[in-house]
Design a protein around this ligand. Structure first.
Ligand code: CA2
Length: 146
């Protein structure tokens, strides 16, 4: 069965637990649950992982090669800073969809730049938890499962 990796970066473990006025009340484990349901419905296995550490995210991307068929990546604030994550995505040659809960282009200037976007199939942002489901649909369509 084809498999997807849903990868989450720094502070996303705090979703729903802190600053609900900015990021809403949905927790990362709620998001995992809806992603699991969508992935299964589309015929995918799914692994969902979060880390606050850039190197662990790089390791997870490297390990995806040969294990997973596509990646949905919410790199959090590393989106705007990490050449290491950009290089890791390039190196594994797996389709990657960049995901954000918020519309990063409607926020502070420093969030407008993404190091992930140039090496991703595309970017989905601004739809809250739904952004993850749209990313799974985009990967499914790219991989011929939709
Ligand atoms: O909108 C997104 O998904 C972001 O990736 C979220 C990141 C932010 O740095 C990006 O620019 C856009 C921040 C995630 C922080 O999540 C928190 C949740 C609750 C409390 C504090 C932070």
């Amino acid at each position: 069965m084809p498999s997807l990796l849903i990868l989450n970066g720094p502070n996303l473990n705090l979703l729903g637990l802190r600053q609900p006025e900015v990021y809403g009340s949905v927790t990362l484990s709620d998001i995992e649950e809806v992603c699991q349901a969508r992935a299964s419905a589309l015929g995918f296995d799914m692994t969902f992982f979060q880390s606050n550490h850039e190197g662990l995210l790089v390791d997870a991307i490297h390990d995806a090669r040969g294990t997973h068929d596509g990646i949905a990546l919410n790199a959090g604030a590393f989106t705007h800073t990490s050449i290491a994550l950009m290089d890791a995505i390039t190196s594994v040659e797996l389709p990657c969809v960049e995901v954000h809960l918020s519309n990063i282009h409607a926020r502070e200037e420093f969030r407008h730049r993404s190091y992930i976007a140039p090496v991703a199939l595309g970017q989905i942002c601004g739809f809250g938890a739904q952004s993850y489901l749209l990313a799974i649909d985009a990967l499914a369509s790219h991989l011929g499962q939709l």
